[in-house]
Structure formats: C-alpha cells, structure tokens
Design a protein around this ligand. Structure first.
Ligand code: NAP
Length: 326
C-alpha cells in the first residue's frame, strides 16, 4: 500500500462530535474521511428544539445537524455513507473494515459512535415498537395528534420530549420512577407549568398493551406502595437514557463498568492514535456543545500525533543508506 492510500485520520460517526472533528481536521490539512451509516447529525436529529447551542437561542435539532454537515463539507471533508464492521488497531496504521467489504487505513482514528436509546425491557415494548412504542417524538409525535401519550423517564430528554408532545397530543403523562426529576431546573419549571402534562411520580411502566389498532394502555406500578393500575394511552415514548454504541471499540481498550471508554484529557484512549469522543466517552455531562468540544480536542490531538509520526518516519534513513552508514 502506498502512503497515498493511507488517511491521516478516519472519523467514525457523524454526530456533533464527529462533524466538529471533521471541521478541525480539514482545517489542520489532515487527509480525513468521516464514515456515517445514518443521517449526519446523530441524536440531534431526534430533538425538536435545541436551546443551549451557543449563538442560537432556538434551533431545530436536524437543522443544527445539517449546519454542522454543511460546514464540514465546505472544507471538502470526505463523507462515506456506510456501516463500519470492525476497527482493527495496528502498530503502523489502523484498519477500518466497512460492512460492504472495503477497508481504509489511517494513522489516527476518532470513534464518535455515541449511544442508542436504553430499553425498558418490559412486555409489549419490542413487539409494539413502531405501532405505538417510540424512542423519537420528533419522528413519531405527529401520529399522536389529539391523543393520549405516556412518556417514560425523568431526565432532560424526557422533559424536552414531553414538552414537544404537549404541543401535539391531548394529554401527556410523564411517568417517573422517583419523586424528583433529574432534568435541569428550567426544563422542570416548564414541564410543571404545562397544563397538558401530568407527572405520575414514583411510578414505573410494567407492560405496554396493544390490540390490532395499536397501543391502548400501559400497566403502572407505584414504586412506593406496589399498587398497580392500568392507564389508557395511545402511545408510549421511552427516554430512560442511552447505552453506549461500543461494539467497534477494540479489545484491550480501557472502559468503565457502564461500557464507556476511558480517555485522557486529549480524548486519546490507551491505544495510541485512537481517540473516543462524545457520548461514548466517560465524562460527567452529555451535551451537544461538550461532544463538539471533544471533537475539536481529539482532532487537534490527532493532528499533532500524525505530524509527529510522519516527521519521525521522514527522519528515518532509507534501508540502503542505513546499511551504508553502519
Ligand atoms: P438521563 O439523564 O440518564 O436520564 C434518564 C432518566 O430515566 C432518569 O430520570 C432515570 O431515573 C430514568 N430511568 C433510567 N432507567 C430507568 C428504568 N429502567 N425505568 C424507569 N426510569 C428509568 O438520560 P437523558 O435524559 O436521555 O439524558 C442523557 C444525557 O443527555 C444527559 O446528560 C442529559 O443532560 C443530556 N441531554 C442533553 C441535551 C442538550 O444538550 N440539549 C438534551 C437532552 C439530554 P433516575 O432519575 O431515577 O435515575
């Protein structure tokens, strides 16, 4: 393989972290490819409104994703729409094997594969997915206009999506297992002030029931009293956090008990030249701006890493000259 076939950097994942890394890598003149199997923007595409991206008081999640994408493309970033099957670390270069059979080699890799919605793992959830069970209000909320929906969870996402659904549905029940929401203070205030949202505290959904027309009810259980009841609902939206998409993380990479990758402050893993950013990386907070910051950090670190490797290689004497010199 000639050095022309080797990328300086391959970024896997096109969410806010991956696309920011792409922008920074192109500005650092790295030969870079970004591989994304879905729509660029990642989880941002599931968000109706983003209100904490500096510089934009309100912006639609998919619109923000599109802006990141266009910005990266304006620098000529090569974007490959494929699934990655495997990442094989190497001493000289790392190999990215695509599901279609092709493979790419790169000096540095940034893994930005984020996470996927965590499942409740209750009866009816998997069977009725797409028939009343959803993990994306922006995608499916429209089908519940003037209907009754249940939202499960107590974090920022459950709060944001309840507010979104309240614009469409007749009634939103926010079912939370504790007596206090985890969501930020401002979101909590808005949820509590929205008359279409009723919070069912200390409650869990134990079963989702459906007939031929779709979901018609959920079974609830009180976590304090163990009391059970059926609640009529046409749809169930589940927002109980994310599971990291870590299947491409090479064996031997340091991870914590939650499957999140441990990195240093430059987002570099214990495998030299392999960086992990965004929601796949162990850290305190998960925000679009923090993923973007990770992307910038990792791309700058990767640029330094690639430059150092290349100058070390350039300083090595060709084999013939080495023999003469000895
Ligand atoms: P999260 O903060 O992890 O909250 C998950 C919620 O689901 C918690 O309230 C949790 O209850 C509940 N839960 C977990 N497992 C459950 C189960 N098996 N049954 C019932 N309830 C369960 O997840 P998230 O709201 O998706 O947010 C993920 C991260 O993204 C957070 O860091 C959040 O701040 C961030 N986020 C950022 C933005 C933004 O930047 N604009 C938007 C949305 C989210 P407990 O509270 O009892 O643990």
């Amino acid at each position: 393989m000639s050095s022309h076939d080797i990328y300086d950097l391959v970024i896997i994942g096109g969410g806010p972290g991956g696309l920011t890394a792409g922008i920074y890598a192109m500005r650092a003149a790295l030969k870079t490819a970004l591989i994304e199997m879905g729509v660029p923007g990642g989880q941002m595409n599931n968000s109706d409104s983003v209100e904490n991206w500096p510089g934009d008081e309100h912006i639609g999640g998919s619109e923000l994703g599109m802006k990141f994408h266009q910005h990266a493309q304006s620098y000529g970033l090569e974007i490959i729409s494929q699934e990655v099957a495997e990442l094989e670390p190497g001493l000289e270069v790392h190999t990215v094997k695509l599901a279609g059979g092709d493979q790419l080699s790169a000096h540095a890799i940034i893994l930005a594969t984020g996470g996927s919605p965590r499942k409740l793992d209750i009866p009816g959830e998997e069977e009725h997915y797409g028939k009343g069970v959803s993990y994306c209000a922006v995608c499916d909320g429209f089908f519940f206009r003037d209907k009754t929906v249940v939202v499960v969870g107590g974090g920022d996402t459950a709060a944001e999506e309840s507010l979104y659904l309240a614009k469409l549905a007749k009634q939103v029940y926010l079912v939370h297992r504790r007596d206090a929401l985890r969501a930020g203070a401002l979101l909590q205030q808005r949820v509590k002030a929205e008359c279409k949202i009723e919070i069912l505290w200390n409650s869990v959904v134990t079963e989702i029931k459906a007939n031929d027309s779709g979901v018609y009810a959920v079974d609830l259980q009180n976590t304090q009293t163990a009391e059970k009841k059926e609640l009529a609902a046409d749809g169930v939206f589940i927002y109980i956090g994310f599971e990291p998409n870590n299947k491409l993380v090479p064996a031997g990479t340091k991870m914590n008990a939650d499957g999140l990758v441990v990195t240093d402050e430059k987002c570099e893993t214990n495998a030299p030249g392999i960086y992990v950013i965004g929601d796949l990386r162990e850290k305190a907070y998960r925000q679009i701006v923090i993923s973007a910051s990770d992307g910038a950090t990792a791309a700058l670190a990767a640029a330094h890493y690639v430059e150092t490797r290349k100058s070390a290689e350039a300083c090595e004497l060709p084999e013939a000259l080495q023999t003469e010199a000895s």
